[in-house]
Design a protein around this ligand. Structure first.
Ligand SMILES: Nc1ncnc2c1ncn2[C@@H]1O[C@H](COP(=O)(O)OP(=O)(O)OP(=O)(O)O)[C@@H](O)[C@H]1O
Ligand SMILES: [Mg+2]
Length: 311
């Protein structure tokens, strides 16, 4: 069963079409990923699904309730974990959860019981009575997630929950997302980190400039690149003519240079590798490392847009 059905949803800010006629479904029990670079329209999409922002056109149905016609109904079903921390810094974790619980009309005893469970899930039981402004960045992220869970939503939407945090907290948050899903919650997860989305999500929509440019399982998306390999080269002193020089090699399909990384798509990664390296040597490019990989979501994105997700 579909818990989310998005139908031709658009959002215009003045003349800027931030979300451009997107449609997708999310099945109950799925972890669904929205992957895209800065400005792709991920937060705008999430905000419309959470009834914080009115669509310019189209509609979305969550648990069969329209975000346009029944925002109160939708809000009961969803938990939104926003990109920016939305909590009272001078209140403790417990007090913040109490506040959110009251907002949802829960009784004191229910809030107390659920707060205990949720603090356990996000690993903050020990710090429950401390003020949020004494928390580390990673702990703030975790309590931010907790606040979205107090009313036991069926659907949780997390908007880039791992931006700007240390690797340990990131792993912790990804594990929390997996656990919430195992407990029966459907998840929409936005990110511009393709590794996270690849690791977490059953299905993924790739967004770019307001549009969904591809959608499917990881394997389905990889097939869009065909049998192509991706060659990733870390290098320094990258010569300005590198791209056009590599382009002269037969079987080199696409080349993208971002800072100190050269990415090359080719049907025959291993075969073209020696030509690539000798061309780079001719240009006095210093090669630090070379990898030939199967296509990943990054290569899908480059294939479809000619840009990198990380730009
Ligand atoms: N309140 C606003 N007013 C005007 N334009 C906006 C507003 N919010 C977003 N935009 C524009 O809409 C587009 C999509 O922005 P959005 O925040 O949805 O992207 P995003 O995919 O979440 O990006 P990021 O990864 O940076 O969070 C951008 O061009 C942005 O400048
Ligand atoms: Mg955003």
């Amino acid at each position: 069963m579909n818990i989310v059905e998005v139908k031709n949803l658009s959002k215009k800010y003045n003349s800027n079409l931030a979300v451009d006629n997107i449609s997708f479904d999310v099945k109950e029990g799925e972890i669904f990923g929205l992957l895209g670079p800065n400005g792709a329209g991920k937060s705008t999409t999430i905000s419309m699904l959470a009834c914080l922002l009115e669509p310019t056109s189209g509609d979305a149905f969550i648990d069969e309730k329209s975000v346009r016609k029944d925002p109160m109904g939708v809000k009961k079903v969803i938990g939104l974990i926003p990109q920016d921390i939305a909590l009272y810094p001078t209140l403790s974790a417990k007090e913040n959860l109490h506040f959110w619980g009251k907002m949802y009309g829960l009784s004191g005893s229910v809030i107390k019981k659920r707060s205990r469970e949720i603090l356990e899930i996000v690993g903050l039981s020990e710090r429950a009575k401390d003020r949020i402004d004494t928390y580390s960045g990673g702990m703030k992220r975790r309590i931010n997630i907790a606040a979205g869970l107090i009313h036991r939503p069926k659907l949780i939407m997390l908007d880039e929950p791992t931006v700007g945090i240390d690797p340990q907290t990131r792993i912790n948050i990804l594990e929390t997302v997996i656990n919430l899903n195992k407990m029966g919650m459907t998840i929409i997860y936005t990110s511009h980190y393709m590794e996270e989305v690849e690791m977490l999500c059953n299905r993924i929509a790739i967004m770019n400039e307001g549009k969904i440019i591809a959608m499917g399982t990881k394997d389905e998306l990889r097939m869009l690149v065909g049998g192509k390999d991706i060659i990733r080269i870390d290098a320094t002193d990258i010569h300005p003519r590198t791209s056009e020089t590599l382009d002269t090699i037969d079987d080199v399909d696409k080349i993208k240079i971002i800072k100190n990384q050269i990415e090359i798509l080719s049907d025959y990664g291993r075969r073209v590798l020696s030509s690539v390296i000798s061309k780079l040597n001719e240009l006095d490019v210093k090669i630090d490392s070379v990898k030939v990989q199967e296509p990943d979501l990054e290569s899908v994105f480059i294939h479809l847009t000619g840009k990198s997700l990380r730009e």
